[in-house]
Design a protein around this ligand. Structure first.
Ligand code: HEM
Length: 452
């Protein structure tokens, strides 16, 4: 049966469902799922067919068992404007080669070694904190995870004065990519429109940062730049093709930019959402504090403590359930494929939304309720694999998933041991902003309270 026969909202004559989607993507997708079920046919513009798929076993087919029929969809191809042909955007052999090359930097034993830097940066940040201070927590978390990715992956530090500029450049890049990804007319990026100009300036700034990291490392004596160091950058620089040739500066740039962006913004958002949920749920905060006090007894956390910080783990899972930093994954059909009895044609897009799935009442009772305890025991084994997929799955599963989970846990433990955070008085209701990642719109202002 052709997938086109799947039900879906009617939409407008030319633009189809595009405007409704753009106005409020999360609400639109959730409504579509509620009204039309596990496979919803959507149309963006006159000829783009999208299918919202919310059935875990069929998602598994797209991401894992039949993944060779798909490629990354338009959104990520648009992201090439920022991250080039790095591991996130490349396909087939190139992707496989880059993934093999980078994998060792993300192995569990290597990641444990990054724990010390993670805790140190969190401690440094909070050394400035005082009771009663109002902080823009979303910015603090962004800077913290940026500092950590720079040190652990590239053995590098950012000059303080450019951090703000980087944050703004990333915002411009995210908005640009999100808008282009969901449009159906591809205006050339070279047109001198305001958004194109702003985007080019932002890219220039980010490029400047990345190329200077590479250049500095290349200038170091061979031993230091290559075998002496073990971070991701040295592995990229030391990598050789079968014919013995090294990666060009541009190839290294694409990989560095990918890790630089994919490796901090998602974790920062997850942390911000977790602080937000704790502020709204004092009982959960009390439980967290009790656990931190009893396991750590006042000392700083290490990766070895994480197994014992069970409630913290439940808390992070629940936070990523309600506010998954990556709120949808898209794939484009490359050659005709059958999924769940429906035939999909080349060019069709399949959209799998973590946000929608994670609020699916078939797997989560009272899905809107924040309740970390729902993940207790072997709950995860009682639901299908892809009913919870904050990090995606299959051969393109997030390479940084263990890094991110460890980082989030260590940072919440380090900060939460000493401070509580409240929403600032009169804080406007927090809205969700689904750009490339899911963020609290206009940031989160919170008041710091030192703990007893
Ligand atoms: C809470 C934090 C994070 C979340 C929710 C997250 C989520 C994801 C998801 C859903 C994907 C799959 C995208 C797709 O299949 O289209 C992905 C891919 C990726 N992530 Fe993460 N991520 C996080 C943190 C990180 C970190 C810390 C790093 C690096 C240090 C990282 C690097 C990557 C890379 C390189 C890919 C592409 C992998 C490939 O295509 O082979 N991510 N991430």
């Amino acid at each position: 049966m052709s997938a086109k026969t799947a039900p879906g909202p009617r939409g407008l004559p030319i633009t189809g469902n595009l405007l409704a989607f753009r106005k409020d993507p999360l609400h639109f997708l959730e409504q579509s799922f509620r009204e039309y079920g596990e496979l919803v046919h959507l149309r963006f513009g006159p000829s783009r067919h999208l299918y919202l798929l919310t059935e875990p076993d069929l998602i598994k087919e797209v991401l894992l068992t039949k993944q060779q029929h798909f490629r990354k969809a338009k959104g990520l191809q648009t992201a090439k404007a920022v991250v080039g042909e790095g591991i996130l955007t490349s396909e087939k052999e190139k992707h496989l080669r880059q993934r093999r090359l980078m994998q060792p930097s993300f192995r569990k034993d290597r990641i444990s070694a990054y724990g010390e830097a993670m805790v140190r940066h969190a401690e440094r940040m909070t050394s400035q904190w005082e009771t009663g201070q109002t902080r823009v927590i979303t910015e603090d978390m962004m800077q913290l995870t940026l500092d950590i990715i720079m040190e652990t992956m590239f053995g590098s530090r950012l000059e303080e004065e450019i951090v703000g500029g980087i944050g703004r450049a990333i915002d411009v890049g995210m908005k640009y990519v999100s808008t282009r990804a969901s449009s159906f007319i591809d205006l050339p990026a070279s047109l001198p429109t305001k958004s194109n100009r702003e985007f080019q300036e932002a890219s220039k700034l980010l490029d400047g940062v990345i190329y200077s990291i590479i250049e500095k490392r290349r200038k170091q004596p061979a031993g230091e730049a290559g075998t002496g160091r073990k971070d991701l950058l040295s592995m990229l620089l030391a990598a050789r093709d079968e014919d013995g040739s090294a990666m060009t500066d541009e190839q290294v740039r694409d990989e560095v930019m990918t890790i630089f962006l994919a490796g901090h913004e998602t974790t920062a958002n997850t942390l911000s959402w977790t602080w937000y949920l704790l502020a709204l749920n004092p009982e959960a905060e009390r439980k967290l504090h009790a656990e931190l006090d009893s396991v750590l007894q006042g000392r700083l956390p290490t990766p070895e403590d994480l197994d014992k910080l069970e409630y913290l783990q439940l808390l992070l899972w629940e936070s990523m359930r309600l506010y998954p930093a990556v709120w949808a994954i898209n794939r484009e059909v490359v050659d005709e494929v059958e999924i769940g009895g429906h035939t999909f044609r080349p060019g069709d897009t399949i959209m799998m939304s973590q946000y929608v799935m994670h609020r699916n009442p078939a797997y989560y009772d009272n899905p809107e309720e924040f309740r970390p305890e729902r993940f207790e025991g072997d709950f995860m084994k009682t639901i299908p694999q892809f009913a919870y997929f904050p990090f995606g799955g299959g051969p393109r599963v997030c390479i940084g998933n263990n890094f991110a989970m460890m980082e989030a846990a260590l940072l919440i433990a380090t900060v939460g041991q000493r401070f509580g955070l409240r929403l600032a008085d009169g804080h406007p209701p927090v809205e969700l902003e689904p750009l490339v990642t899911l963020r609290p719109k206009n940031g989160l202002s919170m008041i710091v309270e030192a703990r007893g």
